[in-house]
Design a protein around this ligand. Structure first.
Ligand SMILES: CC(C)(COP(=O)(O)OP(=O)(O)OC[C@H]1O[C@@H](n2cnc3c(N)ncnc32)[C@H](O)[C@@H]1OP(=O)(O)O)[C@@H](O)C(=O)NCCC(=O)NCCS
Length: 186
């Protein structure tokens, strides 16, 4: 790791659009099944993501260089229940395996906890075994399927941590700002 990785919440793509597009295309360069391949389509997808994220678009920076991002949409519904969904998580291949994906995920989950959510979900391609293993390690479990897509969900307050996490959330609520989070531990 070159320097300290800093995670920032973004509300518009502005000058980052090209770099985020590059990261996406490189991260999925071997994915011929589920990812968009056309750069123009990826650009439209990024615009769609920023429009629906409502503060849940987080970018990891190494200095000024963006090296990964995660996007969560809070107002998703599934079977009558509002459950936020992680729509995207990618890390620049040159930076993978250094804890950045996990750090982005922790940031997104903390963001949701501070908004009062107790559960999060995502959809993963059934053949994307690497990503499935990654999510399983982070506590996600397959809960249903739609065609070639598996739905995975995670309880934000697993039973053993339920009471203590809720207490600490209340204690933190008035002091924590989610706009910029940093870690030197990756
Ligand atoms: C999935 C992805 C975001 C992981 O990011 P990363 O920064 O490399 O992951 P991290 O270094 O934070 O790894 C976190 C943990 O997951 C594990 N992990 C990472 N990739 C894994 C894999 N392919 N299989 C199993 N475990 C994996 C790590 O060993 C680590 O475990 P630990 O905490 O016990 O040490 C990244 O590989 C990527 O961008 N992949 C291509 C895009 C993609 O498939 N996104 C998901 C789409 S649904």
């Amino acid at each position: 790791m070159e320097g300290r990785i800093v995670i920032k919440s973004i509300r518009s793509l502005n000058s980052l659009a090209k770099e985020l597009q590059r990261i996406y295309l490189e991260a999925y360069r071997e994915d011929y099944l589920y990812a968009y391949r056309d750069p123009a389509r990826v650009k439209r997808y990024l615009k769609w993501l920023i429009k629906h994220a409502d503060g849940g678009f987080f970018v990891a920076f190494d200095g000024k260089r963006p090296v990964g991002f995660i996007v969560v949409q809070p107002d998703c519904r599934f079977q009558g229940e509002q459950i936020p969904e992680i729509h995207e998580l990618v890390v620049d291949p040159a930076y993978q395996g250094r804890g950045i994906g996990k750090l982005l995920m922790e940031t997104a989950l903390n963001h949701l906890k501070e908004k009062g959510f107790t559960k999060v979900a995502l959809w993963v391609g059934e053949k994307n075994e690497d990503a499935r293993r990654f999510y399983e390690r982070l506590g996600f479990k397959v809960t249903s399927r739609q065609g070639a897509w598996l739905r995975m969900e995670k309880d934000l307050y697993p039973s053993s941590a339920k009471i203590s996490s809720r207490v600490s959330k209340t204690e933190k609520a008035s002091t924590t700002s989610e706009s910029s989070i940093s870690s030197s531990g990756v």
